[in-house]
Design a protein around this ligand. Sequence first.
Ligand code: PMT
Length: 414
Amino acid sequence: MQPLRNRRVVLGITGGIAAYKSAETARRLVGLGAEVQVVMTRGAQQFVTPLTLQALTGRAVRTDLLDADAEAAMGHIELARWAELVVVAPATAHFIGRLAGGLADDLLTTTCMATAAPIAVAPAMNQQMWKAPATRRNVGLLEHDGVRLWGPGEGEQACGDIGAGRMLEADDIAARVVALLQPGAALAGRHVVVTAGPTREPIDPVRYISNHSSGKQGFAIARAARDAGARVTLVAGPVELPTPVGVDRVDVVSAREMLAAARSAVKDADVLIAVAAVADYRPETVATQKLKKQPGADDCRSVELVANPDIVATLTAERPGLFSVAFAAETERLLEHARAKLERKGVAMIVANDVSDATIGFGSDANRVTILEADGEIPLPRDDKDAVARELIAHIAARLERRAVARTDNAAGS
Ligand code: PMT
């Protein structure tokens, strides 16, 4: 499948160690059908040769603003008009500063300033540089100007530091390009099952144990998966939300009902995204009649609780090919607890959500999460739940793409 067939992408490469990854980014984009025009800064050419990129894209790499030959063929304004998308990967702190400051002093910044196409930058730099006040300011300006920020990820860096600043992998970038230019294609042909909302565990006919989940984040993810071309089954606990158009919804109440519905849905699914806030425990026995108050000052009762099945862990173990994503709602030591859940539940990815902050998490319209995988972390910026959902779906699509490529390579014996 070539979702980017005939789509025109300018790939800007700036001078950082992550420039070596740009060859793979170009290869992935070309493999998806895109026409890729590489523009390299002077610094980038110290890390990777234009010849490599030319061989991969089949187009002469552009490096100079005042290149008479290139200007005759496609001037920088024409290049800016030709582009349907400009992706700068890697984007160094220096480049980000120049773009934020409007310094049109080379071909790449000029192209960015002259284009009406969307611009995305994938930052790559040392974690301390990423945290530096000047970078914070410049990134803020770019976001304000509508430039998309893809990453950076967190983890071990080329310099040995650990922290935020690692450029996203080539398949992540490629999946984001697909999501942007061909929004209905990233998950085309996939079946995605999403669990959402709370569960209710009855104590008696009128009372139950539950939590504050509104279902907003799970429903947003179902919509984003649908918009990315997937067939979506939404297993929803009791929430007051309309069913997203085009999504199959199965309503449940308790954790055991949710397990049964999700188990049936994942039979032919590619992806399970467990966003539901499932009650970990349920009353051991459910009173058939409403429990009555006992007269007297020392009236107290205890309810014996038993553990509910862990839905995402159970289904991940039952269906080894399933790409499972869990959420972790935490009130303290967010990343530490989330990582422990990643391992315990056997999922490919966990999305850490700090629910101690009432403005993100339960019931809110906004969210701020960090994606954790075995080999790294990607903090997503605070945004509305739809935007968070789109980012997450783009990330999942990238992982599925990577898995498909690995399988093809294995089958070919490479
Ligand atoms: O619904 P909203 O109001 O929009 O709020 C969104 C949210 C805060 C509910 C959501 O972003 C979120 O964090 N969901 C996970 C809630 C949760 O219960 O987390 P947990 O850390 O207890 O569970 C970890 C994971 O295991 C979750 O993917 C959960 O769905 C799953 N789980 C938990 C218990 C269980 N018995 N079975 C499960 O599958």
